[in-house]
Design a protein around this ligand. Structure first.
Ligand code: AMP
Length: 318
């Protein structure tokens, strides 16, 4: 499959790279690293990363502005379904490649490489580069490292396999990555977010069977000087709380006139539940968008039932 993707990249002079809306470090790193690797390998190609920007992620590099995408090759990373692709119109493109590590949702690419056992889209780009003549340098290696670190929550999630560790270990050796320096832009955050995290810790409610939840209004976000993306950025820090099996944040997003839902689990599978609420994602790390914060109650009830069944032993994976 990687050979076929490489041959397709070779074939096109203009290549656009896209990823999901509401980008995270893996989406940013995988697109930017693949762009830079293609440009290193094929100096004359036009290769662009599109999608809306985020001031948080400027350290990954610059996004591109492209006026004419007609007849180019589109490579979409980290995005299982069309509705979540940011900044492109699929019908503009001559050929589409999808590279993703989410569970399959729908086919939209002419070539699709999906491996939901991979830790991250960055890990798949690393494999693509390793297994084809695509080139790598220290900057590309650094971006990929950050994508993998972020999507595995510093190798804590069970999506980090021995394969992930081997690949990362080679990357560190070969490109002399100074990992302490790399972590700074990824993890540095304003004091306002730390204070807000304290608020969440103090006010998290717990259901009978172990769902930790909180509803965060726009007024509260303003009071703490944080934005609607902030709760999602700190949700991984609420892992390993004895009383909590699933934890979920509901955050009012007045700009988009809806509510951001971010959920994590250390046992029950949650993405199937959130898929019924305009959401999706991974088994244990999932998100959704709902219309009003009142819709949250049904989700909390459903997740509580999941926790109950899980504790009774009904929801173990075979
Ligand atoms: P987050 O909580 O935003 O970090 O998202 C966790 C996972 O769920 C990621 O794989 C996201 O791509 C996915 N996800 C988040 N929001 C949605 C949504 N509205 N629809 C589908 N998948 C989502």
């Amino acid at each position: 499959m990687y050979k076929e993707i490489y041959e397709t990249i070779k074939e096109f002079n203009k290549i656009i790279l896209a990823r999901h809306v509401g980008p995270d470090p893996d989406a940013m790193s995988s697109t930017m690293a693949l762009r830079d690797s293609i440009l290193l390998t094929f100096k004359k190609k036009e290769v662009y990363v599109v999608g809306s920007g985020s001031s948080r992620f400027t350290y990954f590099g610059k996004l591109d502005k492209v006026d004419d995408m007609k007849d180019a090759l589109l490579i979409v990373l980290d995005t299982p379904d069309i509705r979540r692709i940011d900044g492109v119109n699929l019908s503009d493109f001559k050929k589409i490649v999808k590279i993703d590590h989410h569970p399959f949702v729908e086919k939209y690419g002419d070539i699709e490489h999906i491996d939901d056992t991979a830790s991250s889209a960055a890990e798949l780009v690393l494999e693509l580069i390793n297994e084809t003549p695509l080139m790598m340098n220290k900057q590309v290696a650094e971006k990929l490292y950050l994508g993998i670190v972020s999507d595995t929550n510093r190798f804590m999630f069970n999506n980090s396999t021995s394969k992930t560790f081997r690949k990362v270990s080679n990357l560190i050796d070969e490109y002399h990555l100074e990992i302490d320096k790399l972590y700074e832009p990824l993890y540095l955050r304003p004091l306002s977010e730390v204070r807000f995290e304290g608020y969440i810790g103090l006010n998290l409610k717990i259901t009978e069977n172990g769902v930790g939840y909180i509803k965060l209004s726009n007024d509260l976000l303003e009071e703490f000087h944080v934005d609607s993306a902030s709760p999602g950025n700190m949700i991984n820090n609420f892992n390993y709380i004895e009383e909590v099996l699933i934890w979920i944040f509901f955050t009012e997003d007045i700009k988009n006139e809806n509510v951001r839902v971010s959920a994590r689990s250390r046992g029950p599978i949650i993405n199937e539940t959130l898929a019924h609420y305009n959401g999706g994602g991974h088994k244990y790390a999932s998100g959704a968008r709902i219309k009003t914060i009142d819709d949250a109650n049904v989700i909390i009830q459903e997740l509580d039932l999941l926790c109950k069944k899980y504790k009774e032993g009904d929801s173990f994976e075979n």
